[in-house]
Design a protein around this ligand. Sequence first.
Ligand SMILES: [Zn+2]
Length: 368
Amino acid sequence: MTHLAGQVWTPQGWQAGHLRFDERIRGLDVDSGAPGLFLIPGLIDVHVHGGGGADTMDGVQGVRGMARFHARHGTTALLATTITNPWSDVLAALRGVWAVQAAPGPGEAQILGAHLEGPFISPQKLGAQPAFTRLPTPGLIGEALAERVIRLVTLAPELPGALEAALQFAQAGVRVSLGHTAAGAEEADTVIDAVFGAGGEIGGTHLFNAMSGLSGRAPGVVGALLARPEAYAEVILDGHHLHPTSFRSVLQAKPGRTLLITDAMRAAGMPDGEYDLGGETIQVSSGQARRADGGLAGSLLTMDEALRQAVRAGASLHCATALASLHPARYLGLTDRGAFEPGMWADVVVLDADLGVRQVYLKGAALL
Ligand SMILES: [Zn+2]
């Protein structure tokens, strides 16, 4: 049994004391704790392509590599995220995700499943997604669902067949995230209403990035999502994708539904240079990953840095922790992580007073 002293995150606020755990959380003993050490529940990234030189599309070794890399930055669970590629390559990547999820290794963040980002997106809003978009059909979706790992799908609601697709995914328990879309608010609302009507969950994929924006007469997908407090919204808070004020406006609209993600690509944690993303060459320098045309291509973010960026942007550490742990757990319907209730997995991150990661526990096992 491990006894760890610090300021312990609880949904209500910080509690000085000792956290007791083996593989699972056993309890919190209230005492003077330890000054300058924060114990927060493991961070959960629902949108991450890669890191440490590895990528979901590389297959089993890629998924394990990114899971090890991100674990050292406090991510204890993640959705391995695919990119828009030839369909057979996407299916092969999903099989790799399944293989790792079914046989987790030591030192790896838990693979919770896959985030299918593309091919069911708009060719007008590709961002860094290669141009292998497809229209969603029941047949293609059935093939993807048969791989058993998809928990979240990014979908452009304006595509022919998107409404039926959203329902097919929602009925399979998959979260439907609107993204890479040029839709108007009405098209978005139709899909949002249908998914909520079917008992599903709605999200927004990297809100603001690669989607129709909000203006007075044209609310776009951003407006449609902000107007629904019950919809979740991912944000890439890396200092490049999103202005801090845009972040604060999302937080005001969705205090319990905002999610920090990384959208990290394989160059996260690696030296500057050229890297592959979905078959395209990406230039990495001064903390940014860019395509040949200059557009941002994923991020070099890690979840601990996203947490620090949120604090710099004005969120409290308590709030930032919720955005990176409790909210993604809720979004995915997980009750075994995202907080320190007795019986939950002992995924614990220890932060020092500068919010650096001092230690990470994966199901009770110390990593660093
Ligand atoms: Zn994207």
